[in-house]
Design a protein around this ligand. Structure first.
Ligand SMILES: [Zn+2]
Length: 86
């Protein structure tokens, strides 16, 4: 019997995260990724990947997520991936 693949339902919300002292955060209970609306460029990509990794790999510790997001962002940025909508 084929294994069922579960697709993570994640919603991305943009707002100013000054009070949280974070560039992004993920809430496992709601499945919401919040990103600071002032993020841009490669930093935006890195923070999005970071929070997405928390969403899809909740058992990974912060150091692993940190490293993987940075490496993925560098690879994707170097290959020309850019955000096309604000
Ligand atoms: Zn984190």
């Amino acid at each position: 019997m084929p294994r069922k693949r579960q697709r993570q339902q994640v919603q991305i919300v943009y707002r100013k995260l000054g009070r949280e002292k974070a560039r992004g955060q993920y809430c496992e209970a709601t499945g919401v990724i919040e990103l600071d609306e002032r993020l841009a460029g490669e930093e935006h990509l890195e923070v999005l990947l970071h929070e997405a990794l928390h969403a899809i790999q909740p058992h990974h510790d912060e150091a692993v997520v940190e490293r993987d997001a940075l490496n993925l962002a560098r690879i994707l940025w170097a290959d020309g991936y850019r955000r096309t909508s604000p």
